[in-house]
Ligand binder design. Sequence first.
Ligand code: HMG
Ligand code: MG
Length: 299
Amino acid sequence: MEKNIKIVEVGPRDGLQNEKEIVPTEIKVQFIHKLMECGLKVIEASSFVSPKWVPQMSDHELIVNQLPQESSIQFPILVPNLKGFENALRCQVKDIAVFAAASETFSQKNINRSITESLKEFSGITKLAIKHGMRVRGYISCVLGCPYEGKVALTQVVQVAKALYEAGCYEISLGDTIGVGTPTAAKLMVKAVMSEIPISKLALHFHDTYGQALANILACLDLGIATMDSSVAGLGGCPYAKGATGNVATEEVIYMLHGMGLKTGIDLDKLIEAGEYICQYLKRPNRSKVAIATLAKNS
Ligand code: HMG
Ligand code: MG
């Protein structure tokens, strides 16, 4: 197998958004720089969300201003509404991500909009952004379950994915926000979305709350998926999904993919260093088993 897999590193955004203590901007910027040195080509850097809702992301503008201007690396920034888009435009952001949900209650709790209202707003934002030369990624939360509603209908996931794709999103990231999915369900969900959207335009965004993320990724690899989101050291959680832990650790994904003969262009040792850097700052044990084992072997 000589296939290339694209990794979208979400540590600086999804990984940090739920941290109660504000992480200083310079630590975040240093963290992003360490991730850049690993060979990552997409690093989600921050969110243009309301500081009242997610205080940890309130330094979004300072972060964006310190990202390299001329870089082959993409730094998507989350945008929840028109105000966030206008701020992104003013700061000359090139990559944004809009985020809808497949669950009505989650949509209300996360962005204070119904699914229909949000899709209308995101469609307008996406079209405007494309006119301004931006690239827009589309997220869907709760594709395998919702913290408030439990089961989520596949038809709802497909409908939201179609709406974001038709609005012009270049990629649709399928979020198992609370990590409840299992391999058969994950594969069925991706198959349903694939019936409407080419697999090359889909990404997996699996949280590891129930320890299933890697198994779910493996199941979906069989379908030909080639983009996945992950968070170094398994950092993270969603402020509007109680108990949700971090994304699957990037180290675990890289170790598995490289072991299978797949290419990512990412240096695992440097990635482990970047994970250790942020865990040491946060005074938090590293949640990546690959990082723990590698560090123990080298000590
Ligand atoms: P709202 O309260 O309905 O907004 O929140 P509003 O329009 O009524 O405005 C209220 C106040 O917020 C006003 O200020 C606005 O100016 C301000 P005031 O007049 O009271 O001083 N405001 C803003 N400020 C900065 N930036 C903005 C902005 N918008 C309004 N963009 C809103 C609606 C969408 C803003 C809010 O719900 C919000 O920020 N939500 C974001 C929640 C969030 O970040 N969640 C985590 C990310 S999603 C996720 O983690 C899932 C994902 O990883 C995939 C997965 O795992 O499934 C992507
Ligand atoms: Mg997430």
